[in-house]
Design a protein around this ligand. Structure first.
Ligand code: NDP
Ligand code: 8X3
Length: 253
């Protein structure tokens, strides 16, 4: 079922994307790794080449023509993407709407929403032609619930949730599976990016509780992409045990 399928993973240079690359490689997927940081892409490609066939594409999902050019440059069998993991994304800032930075808003809408659309636009036609494929969109608990100061990030992930449902409907005639995976708190570079490199503030997010780790979400992604062909995991919210909702957390100490 999972032998030699080709998966394109965006945001493969760290966190959930990198962990997903590792687990899919170990499960016989061939990989196309994407992200902006080419040094990390090269390093991961070298590592995973020992396990499976891997190529990488370095592009910024905010740039529509770069995205089209990069994915359009795939040759031969690499054009036949079976699984697309739309994972690239981040939060930028955590501020009330009245003081939020417009640059942060642009980044979140451009990467989390428009970037996901630009990548999907390149991959969907081949899936339609082959009447097969699986798109995994990484949303967030923030797309299911709004929390104070989360405003635009929550809106961007709410858009991912809506797009996931819309894709599932529109691609239904072609036998294409669409899955939304919505993690709660996962300890990655996410908070470091959100707080613009402030390591102390980022560390405090996970203080006093056991968060999810990138491998936990990768595990769920593997589960979703290895169901039988008549089964689609439509939607999953995955939280650490210490988290009951976007705002209810059990911290020790
Ligand atoms: P990381 O910061 O570790 O990873 C983010 C990835 O996105 C990086 O590989 C980065 O690669 C890529 N990326 C960011 N901007 C761009 C861009 N403009 N073009 C191309 N790639 C880009 O965070 P996570 O692994 O935690 O995040 C992965 C996804 O999971 C995101 O969509 C995030 O919103 C979501 N999520 C995370 C949660 C968490 O608590 N960590 C919870 C819920 C959802 P590069 O910089 O090399 O381009
Ligand atoms: C990341 C989880 O709660 O920080 O999407 O928004 S949260």
């Amino acid at each position: 079922m999972n032998s030699n399928r080709i998966a394109l993973i965006t945001g493969a240079t760290s966190g959930i994307g990198e962990a997903t690359a590792c687990i899919l490689a170990a499960n016989n997927f061939k990989l196309i790794l994407a992200g902006r940081r080419s040094d990390r892409l090269e390093k991961l490609t070298d590592e995973l080449c020992q396990v499976t066939e891997v190529i990488s594409l370095s592009f910024d999902v905010r740039d529509r023509s770069q995205t089209a050019h990069s994915i359009g440059s795939l040759q031969g069998e690499w054009k036949n993407i079976d699984v697309l993991v739309n994972n690239a994304g981040n939060a930028h800032g955590l501020a009330p709407i009245q003081t939020g930075e417009v640059e942060d808003w642009d980044a979140m809408i451009d990467i989390n929403v428009k970037g996901l659309l630009y990548v999907s636009k390149q991959v969907i036609p081949g899936m339609i032609e082959r009447r097969a494929g699986h798109i995994i969109n990484i949303g967030s608990i923030a797309g299911k619930e709004v929390y104070p100061n989360g405003n635009v990030y929550c809106a961007s992930k709410s858009a991912v949730d809506a797009l996931t449902k819309g894709m599932r409907m529109d691609l239904n005639p072609f036998g294409i599976k669409v899955t939304g995976i919505h993690p709660g708190m996962v300890e990655t570079e996410f908070s470091l990016v959100r707080f613009k490199g402030d390591a102390e503030r980022a560390k405090a997010v996970y203080q006093g509780l056991t968060p999810l780790y990138a491998e936990d979400i990768a595990d769920v992604i593997l589960f979703a992409v290895t169901r039988l062909s008549h089964v689609v995991i439509a939607d999953m919210v995955v939280l650490p045990t210490a988290q009951a909702s976007a705002t209810v957390l059990k911290r020790e100490g």
